[in-house]
Design a protein around this ligand. Structure first.
Ligand code: ADP
Ligand code: MG
Length: 481
């Protein structure tokens, strides 16, 4: 039975959606309203659960009026909204990323804290008495690369939160709840690109601001040099003069450079108190970053930790197309598809594959064909544990039966579609390491029992039906090719 609070919230959502227009509104709706979970309705007060403190602040800062209108329209003029904040969990475990089915994560809630609307915590707004107004700015080389822009950072489900938070930070550095903004994720998923792009965008919006990009390794080197030359206080002053500080790959400090971390900790505090923006990247979420000083680590949780996930196949396709546009290269569609479907590890490998394919073709004066792509992918990906993806299986099966690929996801019970879906599940079980639950999720949101049943059905038919056996053999050959 549907709960009353769910019904009320659904009605609010309807109103909110109607009042957020255009593509931007749609994105805002997905990013900021979909993750909200209604939890309670008592008297006139609806309690909604949000994933974190920053999330709550962001809603209050940007959508307080909209939320108020929505709730009053639904529950009457005396209605109240109360937030319940999920505490002490990094963003990667929050419902924001669990929306993405391929990660297979589950959200857990540790501790809850109720915050009444309009009672904002003020601990980000301490003023620093040591900042002298009007201090003369020196020119600092920002060390940003002009190649990594927001414009050419392709958007997808995998990076939507990080990208939109980055945009917000560039627009109002130091003035949003995203301070520090912590971008984390595996290698080659775009952390450096995005951090750099935020820096460039900031300079575009605010040419007067000093933006500085450093790797954590550079920072450490400079700190040690300064110590040797007796210029440590210059070093600290220099960093404290920056408006937007970007430190890349902070995991490098784990288990080393205790004094570097200490110096950074103080710089961090000074900047933060002066409402300067700090952007940090790391290959792990703050909660999983071991070997970092506790005080520093806890600072990292003050703002927003946004995860970059491996791109889905559609985003991979878009990235490839964009790189080709940039480089003025052309390639048959089936080649692009082949690469996008087969390289699913990270963007750097995707790019690597594209580049070596182009090199192969120009060095050997060969046309870029699917055969060449196949050879190259084999060579290229072998070293990185090549595995067929469920996406690719779906595509091969659907092409084979000449049915549209999204029919696998549909609810239809048409015989040919059911068969294709079952074959997809069968091959996914056989050729990938994915669990039954994950396979089910990706093949039309079925449960693990359905997948198990499909595997048995296919195995039975393979024994009894000659035509079916032939299909399986042919498909398997295509998949292993
Ligand atoms: P990381 O710092 O996370 O290891 P990088 O930022 O160096 O990853 O990204 C690796 C490569 O992939 C870079 O060339 C970058 O331009 C590219 N890349 C990553 N994500 C995207 C994206 N969303 N759109 C376009 N290019 C991307
Ligand atoms: Mg990097």
């Amino acid at each position: 039975m549907e709960q009353e609070y769910q019904r009320v919230w659904d009605e609010c959502l309807g109103f909110i959606r109607d009042n957020l227009s255009g593509k931007e509104g749609e994105d805002a709706f997905t990013t900021w309203f979909k993750p909200i979970v209604p939890v309670k309705l008592e008297a006139n007060t609806l309690t909604i659960q949000v994933p974190s403190q920053f999330f709550y602040e962001w809603l209050e800062e940007n959508y307080a009026e909209l939320l108020k209108d929505a709730i009053r329209l639904t529950l009457g003029p005396t209605a109240c909204l109360q937030y319940s904040i999920v505490m002490d969990k990094s963003i990667s475990d929050s419902p924001i990323t669990t929306r993405i089915p391929s990660t297979g994560r589950q959200s857990t809630i540790n501790r809850m804290k109720d915050v009444p609307m309009n009672q904002r915590s003020d601990n980000h707004d301490i003023l620093n008495p040591f900042v002298i107004p009007g201090i003369q700015k020196i020119r600092i080389n920002s060390q940003l690369s002009s190649a990594y822009t927001l414009n050419n950072f392709v958007e997808g489900e995998c990076n939507r939160l990080a990208r939109s938070a980055g945009y917000a930070v560039a627009d109002r550095p130091g003035k949003t709840a995203f301070n520090p903004l912590m971008l984390h994720g595996g290698v080659g998923l775009g952390k450096t690109h995005l951090a750099n792009a935020i820096g460039l965008q900031t300079k575009e919006f605010h040419p007067e601001m000093t933006v500085l990009y450093v790797t954590s390794e550079q920072f450490m080197q400079q700190y040690m040099d300064a110590g040797r030359n007796g210029t440590t206080s210059d070093f600290v002053h220099f960093y404290e003069m920056v408006d937007v500080l970007i430190v890349d790959d902070i995991q490098f400090w784990a288990n080393r450079g205790a004094r570097t971390q200490e110096a950074f900790f103080h710089i961090f505090n000074t900047l933060h108190q002066a409402n300067k923006q700090i952007i940090i990247t790391s290959d792990k979420a703050p909660s999983e970053l071991q070997g970092l000083e506790t005080r520093l680590n806890s600072r990292l949780k003050w703002g927003l930790a946004a995860e970059l996930l491996p791109p889905d196949v559609e985003t991979r396709m878009n990235i490839l197309k964009q790189k080709m546009r940039n480089d003025g290269v052309e390639m048959p569609d089936d080649v692009i598809e082949y690469i996008a479907y087969n390289i699913n590890t990270n963007v750097r490998e995707l790019e690597g594959a594209l580049i070596s394919l182009m090199a192969q073709s120009s060095l050997n004066h060969r046309d870029i064909t699917i055969d060449l792509a196949r050879q190259m992918v084999d060579k290229f990906v072998k070293s990185t544990s090549r595995e067929v993806t469920i996406d690719y299986i779906q595509k091969v099966v659907c092409d084979y039966f000449n049915i549209p690929i999204d029919s696998i996801q549909s609810r239809t019970r048409k015989r040919e579609i059911v068969q294709a879906r079952q074959l997809t599940m069968y091959f996914a079980k056989k050729l990938t390491k994915s669990s039954l639950a994950i396979i089910g999720l990706q093949c039309g949101n079925k449960d693990h029992a359905t997948v198990l049943h499909a595997c048995k059905t296919v195995a039975n038919l393979a024994d009894t039906d000659k035509q079916f056996r032939l299909w399986i053999d042919e498909l398997e050959k295509k998949l292993k090719d």
